[in-house]
Design a protein around this ligand. Structure first.
Ligand code: SF4
Length: 397
């Protein structure tokens, strides 16, 4: 699925857009510069200057026709003008899909390559009640899947409530069938969060946990505040309690000073962890960040490492995907016959399905990143099924 993003206003908004783009890519969406190709249109608004707000609102008005041209298209409006004028927007533009629930702003970290803390400031958390009332509103509009958003989403705290408490509370909201969140930080991936993920059925069996590098030297220079060993131990706990869940990550290659040995350590981490998929980014300096003053590696070397890393992560991704063929999956339809399994695989479904429907699908092909499947009509052939699917089907009579 492709998304197009239009950003209004200041550098803060540009930084937020690039962060949001990263999250969307981590969900498997592909950015396009052509709105006609897109299924999701994001407008990141700005309230600082009236002119920018007016331009954003008139663009949103024009998007009614863009949305109507293809079923399942989504228009998502974010940013400070969207927050300030939420009710006005909902009244004036009833076709908007405000899908994500932001639970916090800012970031208390200072990763040396990242501009977010400089432009967004320290963490500010929304109250539990505010988050629940937004979740209720989304569920009442028909949203079945809620994605909780924050730069380090699992560092959430409000009064005595922590992120694990919030997961439980959101799961209680009527109509919510699936909960996802992005992006968690390894430091806050506590046993309690992991155990809550496993215990709350609404929380999807999928974790996207950015690692960025497999080298402790580079992790330290990035100021990520965890070691490779700590990351591996978190993953061990996660897989112990959620053995069927998928695990994905973000990796930056070519960070200034990354030696061949550092890079090899990232490759061995991929081999050791066997991510279900991952997003590999080439380091590029961001003006105003500490890392931008460091000497960059030669571009050809960064390119070479990027290709090597991609090839390795794709090899594991392909192996994992191919094991999906023949299994039965609950797929929540998002748009254009495309939906998502609970484990966050995208599936192209043959047949007629409407966005918002959840259908039982047999996976027929895993040649590409988007799996293919058919809606199961009840004549279930048990051959090649995983054990839990056999018993689930048998129990359903
Ligand atoms: S945790 Fe690091 S990478 Fe993520 S937003 Fe904060 S500073 Fe940026």
């Amino acid at each position: 699925m492709k998304f197009y993003m239009h950003t209004y206003g200041c550098q803060m908004n540009v930084a937020d857009s690039s962060e949001m783009g990263r999250h969307l890519k981590a969900k498997g969406l592909v950015e396009t510069e052509n709105p006609d190709e897109a299924s999701v249109f994001l407008v990141n608004t700005c309230t600082v200057r009236q002119h920018a707000e007016d331009r954003a609102f008139s663009e949103i008005g024009r998007l009614r026709r863009w949305k109507a041209r293809r079923p399942g298209r989504k228009v998502v409006v974010t940013g400070c003008a969207a927050e300030r004028t939420k009710e006005y927007l909902e009244d004036r533009f009833p076709f908007l899909d405000l899908a994500f629930v932001t639970i916090m702003r800012g970031c208390n970290y200072s990763c040396t390559y990242c501009i977010v803390p400089y432009v967004r400031g320290r963490e500010i958390y929304h109250s539990v009640e505010q988050i629940l009332s937004e979740t209720r509103a989304r569920a009442a509009e028909g949203a079945r899947e809620i994605t909780l958003l924050g730069q380090t989403v699992n560092s959430y705290r409000y009064g005595t409530a922590r992120f694990a408490d919030l997961l439980k509370a959101v799961a209680e909201v009527e109509g919510v069938k699936r909960i996802r969140f992005m992006s968690p930080h390894p430091y806050y991936m506590s046993d309690r969060v992991i155990e809550t993920m496993a215990a709350v059925p609404e929380v999807c069996e999928s974790l996207h946990l950015p690692v960025q590098s497999g080298s402790n030297t580079i992790l330290k220079q990035m100021m990520r505040n965890y070691t490779r060993e700590q990351y591996v131990s978190i993953i061990g706990k996660f897989r112990e309690v959620m053995p069927d869940a998928t695990l994905s990550t973000d990796i930056i290659v070519g960070f200034p000073g990354e030696t061949d040995r550092d890079f090899r350590e990232t490759l061995t981490l991929i081999e050791q962890t066997q991510f279900d998929w991952g997003f590999i980014f080439k380091y590029s300096p961001r003006e105003g960040t500490p890392a931008a003053s460091l000497e960059s590696l030669p571009q050809e070397l960064v390119e070479e490492r990027h290709q090597e890393c991609l090839a390795l992560i794709d090899r594991f991704a392909q192996e994992k995907r191919s094991k999906m063929v023949g299994t039965m999956q609950d797929v929540l339809v998002e748009a254009d016959n495309i939906g998502r399994t609970r484990t966050n695989y995208r599936v192209y479904i043959t047949g007629t399905v409407a966005p918002g429907e959840e259908v039982r699908v047999r996976i027929t092909s895993a040649q590409r990143a988007t799996l293919e499947g058919v809606i199961e009509d009840g004549n279930i052939d048990f051959e090649n099924f995983r054990e839990e699917d056999k018993s689930a089907c048998a129990n359903r009579g």
